[in-house]
Design a protein around this ligand. Structure first.
Ligand code: CAA
Length: 260
């Protein structure tokens, strides 16, 4: 396997679940351009794969990802930065129609935390450390850190984190609302995989509709978002899985969802 492909490993630990591992352990999984491009490719592949129903993304015990690779940026000009168009690479992750769960051990800093914020559920270990320390190296978040955090935890906590670069614990991030669940470090991946297993056992069309409405609704007016929600619900009434789910409930048996 080439160095490029090695930067992100793709596994299929169980039916309908994909596991993506960031793999630059010596650099605390810092996101260099190779890793980002490979990550985008992997997500494009997973997005198109209708057999996949949930994705887990993780790093290793020491780091989910310690941010954009500073070596990759130290001599980079503004024009080069622009021409990298990294927004296209990030979009491959945020546009994934399947739910994505971040399993975070160790550091999730800068672009590493932004990667987690691009996903849908964040499971963090008790020892995880999260933050947006970009200001300390003369820059600022550029992949949603200011915006996704402000829309999730509000202006005042976002200002504290982005202006001081303070690194906080998983428990504090959970209290603020941008970590979904905190578990012992050794249980992070298994918790993420068992959550993925549960989601993968649900009717996939309902799962994708829920994700779409939760992600896009907040950008619309409340009336528009409520309309979007109702329309998504109505569309699900055309699915076989709605009939199967409701019949199975009434017949007191386990449903067997087809994904249609
Ligand atoms: N970029 C490049 N290399 C990095 C890196 C990063 N973001 N984070 C860690 N590394 C490298 C270190 O340079 C070091 O390499 P060498 O062994 O070759 O010296 C190796 O990973 C191990 O790092 P440390 O020795 O520093 O390990 P530690 O356990 O003592 O500390 C750490 C870990 C707290 C994460 C520390 O490495 C650190 O502070 N990293 C930088 C965090 C940061 O500032 N992230 C934001 C980056 S900017 C960004 O993300 C921009 C953006 O969104 C637009």
């Amino acid at each position: 396997m080439s160095d490029y492909q090695d930067t992100v490993l793709l596994e299929r630990p169980e039916e309908h679940v994909a596991l993506v591992r960031l793999n630059r352990p010596k650099a605390r999984n810092a996101l260099n351009m190779q890793l980002r491009q490979r990550l985008a490719e992997v997500f494009q592949e997973l997005s198109a794969d209708t057999d996949v129903r949930c994705v887990v993304i993780t790093g290793n015990e020491e780091a989910f990802a310690a941010g954009a690779d500073i070596r990759d940026m130290v001599d980079t000009s503004a024009v080069e930065m622009y021409l990298r168009h990294t927004e296209r690479l990030w979009r491959a992750v945020s546009d994934c129609p399947h739910p994505v769960i971040s399993a975070v051990n160790g550091y999730a800093l800068g672009g590493g935390l932004e990667l987690a914020l691009n996903t849908d559920i964040i499971i963090a270990g008790e020892g995880a450390k999260l933050g947006q320390p970009e200001v300390r190296v003369g820059i600022m978040p550029g992949a949603g850190g200011t915006q996704r955090l402000a829309r999730t935890i509000g202006k005042y906590q976002t200002m504290r984190l982005t202006l001081t670069g303070e690194i906080i614990s998983a428990q504090e991030a959970f209290s603020m609302g941008f970590v979904s669940k905190v578990v012992p470090d050794a249980e992070v991946l298994e918790t993420a995989l068992s959550t993925a297993r549960t989601i993968a056992s649900m009717p996939p069309l309902a799962v994708e509709q829920i994700k779409e409405v939760v992600v896009h609704g907040p950008d619309a007016s409340l009336e528009g978002a409520l309309l979007m929600e109702r329309k998504a619900l109505q569309v699900l009434f055309a699915s076989d899985d709605k009939v199967e789910g409701m019949k199975a409930f009434l017949e007191k048996r386990k449903p067997s969802f087809s994904g249609r």
